[in-house]
Each structure stands twice: as structure tokens, then as C-alpha cells.
Design a protein around this ligand. Structure first.
Ligand SMILES: [Zn+2]
Ligand SMILES: [Zn+2]
Length: 263
């Protein structure tokens, strides 16, 4: 790999969905688009993702990788529709295999959808590759122009958080999680972390973070910048940034759908 090329490469993150399972015109269900030099990576694919993807200027055929943080419907609900859309032949169509992966059990999870939908969600000509991440310890997969590292986090048995590194930059996406030492370890010195912040301080629910806990996780990891996302409606009624500021001193952004961040 040419050192200069890697150093000059940047990453672009687009928030496709900053919401949850709750229907909202402003906040679509969970999904992020990460663009590196040659890859377009989707992290989660909740309901509404394909529409937001179009609004962000990308097509389903351009997606190279689709990684799921866990199997809850607000993160996977559009998987079957996404695959079905990929079969629909329009020029230029899909030119390379889609790599689709999740935590342990993902192949079984996809298999259950195949039982229900049959060939409707099978991509022709070996255009789909499914893989799994460890849910008992750290894991890393290396692709064309980026690597992805995972750690199990505290939400579901299959839950993992992601660290994507391209060139000299690293970003971390928590998926859904409660407080997690694994998340802190995975995010150590990352340029930017994107953490769930489901409910405001004082309304914490099990298996999820609040703004101040997300801030605490980011501070412990010495993360360069924090983006809060995955907001249930009560979050939009309070000053999320202020709550997070009590723990984290670095730059804080409150995710909005179609917010684009260059690294
Ligand atoms: Zn969720
Ligand atoms: Zn969840």
C-alpha cells in the first residue's frame, strides 16, 4: 500500500438515521454511511435507510459493505428490502460483491430471512458474501482500503461496536450499548466517536447510554470528537449537549439525519 496515498485519504461520515424504532419524519431509524477512498460502508440499515441513502446521493449498488451492530429491527429492518432492491436490474447494476456481516449468529439470522423470502433476497452471481464478528473478544477484518475492528458491547448477545480505520483516521460507532469497558478500549484515541444517547440524563434505561454516560465513555477513551445519535423523542425536549458537556470537554455534535462530517 502506498503510504502517501493512504495518508492523503479522508473519510466521510453521513448520518442517515439518527432515530430509533419510533417513527419520526426528522429522525429515520439507525444507519450511517462511511465513505473511504474506494468503499461505501453502511453501518446498520434500519427502516428508511434506502430513502436517506438516495437523499445523500448514493445508490444501493454502490454500497460495498453492510455491517450490523446487532439484530434489533431499528438497526436491521431494511436489510431484506435492501437486498431485494439490489436484485432489481438497472444500469449500471451491482459490479462487485456486497460484504454483509454482523456479530455471531448473523449467518443464521440472514438464513431465517432466506427461509422467509427465498431467492428474492439472494444476490445473483455470488454478489453477496456473509461474515461474522466475534462476540467473545476483539476481532478485526481488513478490506481493500480500510480495516474494521469490533468489540462486544453491553446490549444484546450479538452486539458489537465498530472501529473503522482508513489511512490515518479512525472512527468508532457504538451501536446500542450500556456503559462498556470494551467500548472504551475499542475507542482509545479515535479521531471521532459516534455514540448512542437513547434517553436524557435521569431517564436512563437498561442497555442504553445517556448523554452524560456517552460523554464519560468518550472522555475515558480520549476520543477527539463526539457525535451523539440514536435519540428517543424525550431527547429532543432537553439540552442534550449540555448534559453531555458535564463529562466530555471535546467537540460535541448532535446528530441530525443527512449531517455530513469529513475527516
Ligand atoms: Zn436501537
Ligand atoms: Zn438495540
Amino acid at each position: 500500500m502506498n503510504g502517501m496515498t493512504r495518508q492523503n485519504r479522508t473519510m466521510t461520515v453521513t448520518i442517515l438515521g439518527s432515530g430509533t424504532c419510533v417513527p419520526s419524519l426528522e429522525r429515520s431509524s439507525c444507519s450511517l454511511l462511511v465513505e473511504t477512498g474506494r468503499s461505501k460502508i453502511l453501518l446498520d440499515c434500519g427502516p428508511g435507510t434506502m430513502r436517506r441513502l438516495l437523499e445523500a446521493g448514493a445508490t444501493v449498488h454502490e454500497i460495498t459493505h453492510l455491517f450490523f451492530s446487532h439484530f434489533h429491527p431499528d438497526h436491521t429492518g431494511e436489510m431484506a428490502s435492501f437486498l431485494f432492491a439490489n436484485r432489481y436490474v438497472t444500469e449500471p447494476g451491482r459490479k462487485f460483491p456486497l460484504v454483509m456481516a454482523g456479530g455471531r449468529g448473523f449467518v443464521l439470522f440472514y438464513g431465517a430471512f432466506k427461509k422467509a423470502y427465498g431467492t428474492w433476497i439472494e444476490l445473483p452471481d455470488n454478489m453477496l458474501e456473509t461474515e461474522e464478528f466475534s462476540t467473545t473478544g476483539p476481532d478485526t477484518k481488513i478490506y481493500d482500503d480500510f480495516s474494521i475492528s469490533t468489540m462486544p458491547v453491553s446490549h444484546n448477545p450479538e452486539s458489537v461496536a465498530f472501529r473503522i480505520t482508513a489511512g490515518t483516521k479512525s472512527i468508532v460507532y457504538s451501536g446500542d450499548t450500556d456503559e462498556s469497558n470494551n467500548l472504551v478500549a475499542l475507542a482509545r484515541n479515535a479521531d471521532m466517536v459516534i455514540y448512542e444517547s437513547s434517553m436524557p440524563d435521569g431517564l436512563k434505561v437498561d442497555g442504553h447510554l445517556t448523554p452524560s454516560l456517552a460523554g464519560k465513555m468518550a472522555k475515558m477513551a480520549n476520543a477527539g470528537e463526539l457525535v451523539l445519535t440514536h435519540f428517543y423523542p424525550p431527547c429532543d425536549k432537553v439540552d442534550i449537549k449540555q448534559q453531555c458537556r458535564s463529562e466530555y470537554g471535546g467537540p460535541i455534535r448532535i446528530a441530525k439525519d443527512l449531517m455530513k462530517i469529513e475527516l
